[in-house]
Ligand binder design. Structure first.
Ligand SMILES: Nc1nc2c(ncn2[C@@H]2O[C@H](COP(=O)(O)OP(=O)(O)OP(=O)(O)O)[C@@H](O)[C@H]2O)c(=O)[nH]1
Ligand SMILES: [Zn+2]
Length: 348
């Protein structure tokens, strides 16, 4: 494959999904846009490719960032993803909407002031873990922080030991360069966080472009000018940034496995409660209540877990079929039991 395609994120993991005959007859493409009945992407030569969707291939099953195989005219299939970020679709439909695929690092942006909120950060971290991307918490406005920026870093680290956290002034390019270690060739990143925390400022510094206004004009089939927002941007460090409208409006849903992992200590304790349907309120033999009594689990943390879990259950209820829920639940249990066995030293 070409150096361009490797910088765009192509790797052995995707190549391994191509048979010998696929390699002879099909071309891999990374999607930069998904429309109703066609998709647009870049091939290994950095050529723009426009593919029709037909048969089983429907737009709702693809996301910006997907690697797909093309026969030159049509999309043949989507290669299995290393990560995917999705959200509950608007309205009462039962479909989760795919936001972006194959993101390596999710920059969760907040600021060293009033926007800083552990509960919100936990939601994003759970979502990143569920999506199988690496969460990095970026705290902006370090230059105008109400307190010591280090205290915010400490609070962010306390959320999970899977989290990397750093503080910076997004208006200072030298400071933003601290993010380069996640932005090199082959890496794909995205920014999430509330409005006004500095996502556009960081995006502009990393890519040299105004993300939301970086539109492309083109002629549609009838010769009219149309404008569409571009959603993949090359970064100075050599990797790519995905920025779609959906990314900016991301809310938490169906993050059961992520929540379980984030609160591993709690999901672990639950397996020791005497009753399998324990509500952890007044039941005898409740491992959660015992841990609170013993001071090894804080009320605060338990409350945050309960809130996040209830919220996730409400959101998920409208999406998942009973079958999917069963699958998710067993995944959660597997995660909890695996963590336990690792701790006991039974497995690595
Ligand atoms: N002093 C200082 N100002 C900052 C910093 N980060 C962002 N700002 C300012 O905060 C304002 C909002 O920043 P944006 O980058 O537009 O925030 P955003 O997250 O993209 O907001 P949306 O576009 O609404 O999603 C701008 O005026 C920035 O100049 C920082 O680290 N320090
Ligand atoms: Zn209990």
């Amino acid at each position: 494959m070409t150096p361009f395609f490797e910088a765009l994120g192509w790797s052995e993991q995707f190549l391994a999904q191509m048979s010998d005959s696929d390699i002879e007859t099909l071309t891999p493409v990374r999607l930069t846009e998904v429309r109703r009945n066609r998709v647009i992407g870049l091939d290994a030569q950095n050529e723009r490719v426009d593919l029709a969707l037909s048969g089983d291939n429907v737009a709702t099953d693809m996301a910006v960032g997907d690697f797909v195989l093309s026969d030159g005219q049509r999309l043949v299939r989507v290669l299995s993803r290393k990560s995917v970020i999705s959200r509950k679709a608007a309205g009462h439909t039962s479909q989760a909407q795919l936001i972006a695929a194959n993101i390596d690092t999710l920059f969760i942006v907040t600021s060293c002031n009033a926007d800083f909120n552990e509960a919100r950060l936990e939601r994003y971290v759970a979502l990143a873990i569920e999506a199988e991307t690496n969460p990095v918490i970026v705290m902006t406005k370090a230059d105008m922080s109400l307190g010591d920026p280090q205290s915010y870093i400490d609070r962010a680290h306390a959320i999970s030991d899977r989290v990397t956290a750093l503080a910076l002034n997004s208006k200072d390019p030298n400071d933003v360069a601290k993010l380069n270690e996640w932005c090199g060739p082959g890496q794909t990143v995205a920014l999430v966080g509330s409005s006004g925390v500095g996502k556009s400022t960081i995006g502009r510094t990393l890519t040299g472009e105004d993300l939301l206004t970086a539109d492309i004009r083109e002629d549609d089939a009838k010769g009219r000018h149309t404008t569409t927002a571009r959603s993949m941007h090359l970064m100075h460090a050599g990797g790519w940034m995905i920025d779609t409208p959906g990314m900016r409006e991301l809310a938490l849903h169906d993050a059961a496995a992520g929540i379980a992992t984030l609160f591993e200590d709690i999901t672990d304790l639950i397996t020791e409660c005497k009753f399998s349907d324990c509500q952890h309120k007044t039941e005898p033999g409740c491992a959660i209540l015992a841990a609170i009594d013993a001071g090894t689990l804080s009320h605060d943390r338990l409350n945050r877990w309960q809130k996040l879990r209830d919220e996730d259950a409400t959101n998920t209820g409208t999406i998942a079929t009973a079958k999917e829920r069963g699958r998710k639940f067993s995944k959660v249990k597997r995660t909890a039991f695996k963590a336990k066995r690792v701790r006991r030293g039974e497995i690595e």
